[in-house]
Design a protein around this ligand. Sequence first.
Ligand code: HEM
Ligand code: HEM
Length: 177
Amino acid sequence: MRTATPLQYGTTARVLHWLVVVLLLAQYSIGWLMPDIHRGEQPGIAMTLHASLGVLILAVMLLRFAWRLTHPVAPESSLSTWQRLSSEMVHWSLYALVLATTLTGWLFASFRGWSVSFLFLTPLPMLGSVDATAARAIDGLHQAMEWTLLAFIVIHVSAALLHILLYRDGVVQRMLR
Ligand code: HEM
Ligand code: HEM
């Protein structure tokens, strides 16, 4: 028997969504506050935390992605076609940008030859061997990705605020209760 597609996000989707929000808040704070690591130095506590949080964020986003594919939620009926399309575009971009930001950061650490541990427990696998030229290139890419992700988060949160303050429809409630 086919069941109707729900109109609300379920508990799992909501918990995972807000977990990523908290983790990203911590991740950007650590990223901007952590000290630079100079030539010949090995990563310290802040870098270990940054890399571990990044990998955790990626894992939760991949889980969310799989959950979204297997548990579709119908678009809010009050949305116009352009709103549906643009919100879909922003949501898919958020998944893709978290993937790109994490992978560029991980590649950067690998090209610098840093053995970074996951939560001080076990070393993260290296994604490449030491390569100073590649490290310089990918450093710029990690920063570009982190800013592009932030720009999409700002668009996403602004849209949520518009729905609360201007449209006054139930879109934000779908992710709240
Ligand atoms: C969603 C995940 C991630 C976000 C949002 C993020 C964000 C950031 C931010 C804001 C900075 C500061 C750069 C600046 O000054 O503008 C940074 C630097 C850095 N991140 Fe990430 N990062 C993520 C994942 C990772 C991962 C998984 C790794 C490694 C395994 C990593 C490695 C690095 C390194 C090595 C730097 C220092 C770059 C430098 O010294 O220029 N990042 N990241
Ligand atoms: C205060 C911050 C945030 C608010 C108020 C918010 C609000 C929402 C709302 C209301 C929805 C459901 C939209 C709909 O039903 O059409 C949603 C979905 C989504 N949000 Fe956020 N969000 C926030 C932060 C973030 C952040 C930081 C990310 C970063 C990855 C994110 C990623 C997503 C994704 C990927 C979806 C689509 C869910 C799916 O269908 O898979 N959100 N958000």
